[in-house]
Design a protein around this ligand. Structure first.
Ligand code: ADP
Ligand code: MG
Length: 238
């Protein structure tokens, strides 16, 4: 474990169901993730990727073992602590989950408003700036129904990033996108790691974006079976 790393997982186990239906979803997970890195979690369906991601993202209670997120132990953490921690995180899911009745800008603003009332003018300018970075400057007043799939997912990314989260958890964020749109979303997250030291953990099946990862963790049947870091040349090394 490296104290300074934003995520440190040790001896983590997780089970679903009770009695005869009890099933182990994660076994003996040890993992430490460096600040500013882009880590990809991959593995077959049912291998525990989403379970691990939601545990690290304070979206599920830790049953057994330890997760230290941003210096705080999640095992036994109180709900109030989890809520405070979640405010320092960003989430992007496969379904973009935009509100259909709100414009692109209003959807992104919600990413700030969940943090409480702030300076409305500042929030709006941060929103416009983030949409601009994501190439959506001319779409701020569009409703989701009038945006393409890639544009909608970029709005969802803007919403996750606008509050400047320290860690981003993304679960198959490019699944619904074509190659170029998917690559752009991941490049954006990678750039955030460089410029803001944002840490990203992303689940994906998308072979096309593996080459952008700093590190690829492979899971099978609830266990980590592979851990590959890219070399400075960008080529994966065993
Ligand atoms: P992945 O994201 O890699 O497809 P999951 O983390 O969703 O895998 O699931 C891991 C295992 O845990 C699977 O066997 C799945 O059926 C089981 N599982 C996941 N969520 C639940 C749940 N809410 N209730 C019962 N079993 C679940
Ligand atoms: Mg999943």
């Amino acid at each position: 474990m490296v104290e300074d790393n934003p995520i440190n997982v040790a001896g983590l186990n997780h089970f679903f169901g009770v009695g005869e239906a009890r099933k182990q979803a994660l076994g003996d997970i040890d993992l430490s993730i460096e600040r500013g890195s882009l880590t990809i979690l991959m593995g077959p369906s049912g291998s525990g990727k989403t379970t691990l991601l939601t545990l690290m993202g304070c979206l599920r209670e830790v049953q057994d073992g330890s997760i230290k997120l941003l210096g705080q132990e999640l095992h036994g953490a109180h709900e109030a602590q989890m809520v405070m921690l979640r405010r320092r995180l960003g989430f992007i899911f496969q379904a973009h989950n935009l509100h259909e009745s709100l414009t692109a800008a209003q959807n992104v603003l919600m990413g700030l408003q969940v943090h409480g009332p702030g300076n409305a003018a500042k929030q709006l300018s941060a929103t416009i700036h983030m949409l601009d970075i994501l190439g959506l400057a001319d779409r701020v007043d569009y409703l989701p129904g009038n945006l393409s799939g890639g544009q909608k997912q970029r709005v969802a990314v803007a919403r996750a990033l606008v509050s400047n989260p320290e860690v981003i958890f993304a679960d198959e964020p490019t699944a619904a996108l074509d190659r170029e749109a998917g690559l752009n979303v991941v490049k954006m997250l990678k750039a955030m790691g460089r410029t803001r030291r944002t840490t990203t953990v992303m689940v994906t099946h998308d072979n096309r974006i593996l080459e952008l990862a700093d590190r690829i963790i492979s899971m099978e049947e609830g266990r980590i079976v592979g851990d590959t870091r890219s070399s400075p040349t960008g080529k994966p090394t065993p």
